[in-house]
Design a protein around this ligand. Structure first.
Ligand code: SAM
Length: 268
């Protein structure tokens, strides 16, 4: 399988979803991710061994929080779209079982080919193989419906101008849309780059970070709906079942807002 350096990173969050589903199903459970365990072992066998409990649970916490935001968005409307940018092998459509939303998974052609082969597609899901920066994919989506864009573990790999330009294009193309993505601050970006290197992806360099969600909203010309830290719930739900070091780092990361989920309204 011929995947780019950034595309190969898709096995890292998938490994984390498998780890959390096996070890902490009361916090996060993803049956479809578990069914992909063999594929992860073949392509990227050592992520779990080379990762700390903290690193794996940080990744799982993104899905826990993003799933909550997707559920709340879909509950507001009789019909809507949820569009995953850089979807990789994201299994949200299977995990969330939301029937009033049309899901659209956008990723590079070779990744979508892999995805189609190993995951198939849900009845309410469209798979689109293209560069997310080439806005031709917009034609595949009913833009009259409320739309939530989700970019999980994706924007980090691009330049600030590319991200800002994409947000501008989304605002122009969709009149009623929201966007959420995860980001770290600069200190968090250094840690994230070290981590991705340590699990064997030396060429996938992360560049984009956000220090302050409100300031970023001003820069991008959008409205901040929420800036959410990762670990508020997991620290309560799993408490001492997590290692002491994991809990300590989670507390520090939340306190310093090193990692967060940013949720914006694109209409303004
Ligand atoms: C770290 S993976 C995250 C995958 C998925 N969002 C998840 O959470 O499991 C980054 C993804 O971004 C995709 N990607 C990179 N450049 C892209 C582009 N220009 N257009 C669409 N997808 C892209 C990669 O192929 C890869 O699947």
């Amino acid at each position: 399988m011929n995947l780019s350096a950034v595309s190969k990173t898709l096995f890292i969050p998938l490994s984390a979803r498998i780890f959390a589903s096996k070890n902490f199903p009361e916090y996060f459970y993803d049956e479809k991710a578990l069914s992909l365990e063999k594929i992860v072992q073949t392509n990227c066998e050592s992520v779990q061994e080379k990762s700390s409990e903290y690193a794996l649970m940080a990744s799982a916490a993104r899905y826990y929080n993003m799933d909550d935001i997707v559920r709340k968005f879909c509950a507001k409307y009789p019909k809507c779209n949820v569009v995953y940018l850089g979807a990789g092998l994201e299994t949200a459509c299977f995990r969330l079982k939301i029937t009033n939303a049309s899901f659209c998974e956008i990723d590079l052609r070779e990744v979508i080919e892999l995805r189609r082969r190993v995951l198939g597609e849900c009845a309410n899901e469209a798979l689109v193989g293209c560069d997310m920066f080439d806005m031709a994919w917009v034609r595949r989506i009913n833009e009259s419906l409320p739309t939530l864009f989700v970019a999980c573990g994706v924007f980090q790999y691009f330049k600030r101008d590319q991200v800002l330009n994409l947000i501008r294009e989304l605002k122009n193309a969709f009149k009623n849309a929201e966007l959420m993505f995860d980001a770290t601050n600069e200190a968090g970006l250094k840690y994230a780059n070290k981590y991705v290197k340590s699990v064997g992806n030396d060429e996938a360099i992360m560049r984009f970070c956000v220090e302050d969600g409100y300031k970023f909203a001003l820069e991008a010309g959008v409205n901040l709906i929420e800036e959410r830290v990762f670990f508020a719930d997991v620290r309560k739900i799993l408490a001492k079942r997590l290692k002491f070091a994991t809990r300590l780092i989670m507390k520090f990361v939340d306190f310093t807002k090193r990692a967060k989920i940013l949720h914006f309204d694109l209409k303004c």
